[in-house]
Design a protein around this ligand. Sequence first.
Ligand code: S3P
Length: 171
Amino acid sequence: MKNIVLIGFMGVGKGSVAREIIKHSDYIAIDTDDLIESMENRKIKKIFKEEGEEYFRNLEKKIALWLEKSLKNSLISTGGGFYKVENLKKIGTIVLLDSPFDEIINRIKAHPNAKSKLKKRPLLSDLKKAKSLYNQRRPEYLSLADIVVDVTNKSARECTTEILNKVRRYA
Ligand code: S3P
């Protein structure tokens, strides 16, 4: 089994979908933000604040090289900016979770932990800036994706079925 790499904008549901996929498949899940937090023993927000974004991006690059060399049969959920690493396509099949910006924000706001979901993401603190980041990134996400799944108004379970079917057909 080739690795599956979930990419997509902050808050689109990569984590929830990853947790659902592993319930219904033999994949083992790993999350790039979790790896960074455990390597650094501090939260992403703190890393951004204390070291700056470039430092964080360099950690993503380091992790990307390790993933390419060391991981098989795994489902990798990534931070929204991870797709920029040079070797992304060598890590596995790239699955984009896609949704319009406003839908993503509504989805976060509807969550019982909405406040903490917004607070932990430094690049979502200014919604105007976040929207322009989304507009800049979306074509880049689309051009890198092997598989695109529109997640708007779909449950994690529905997304999982669609992803596993599409991955099987793609392989
Ligand atoms: C980022 C997304 C975040 C996290 C960091 C930067 C981004 O992950 O990696 O705050 O550049 O889009 P999520 O996509 O899980 O929110």
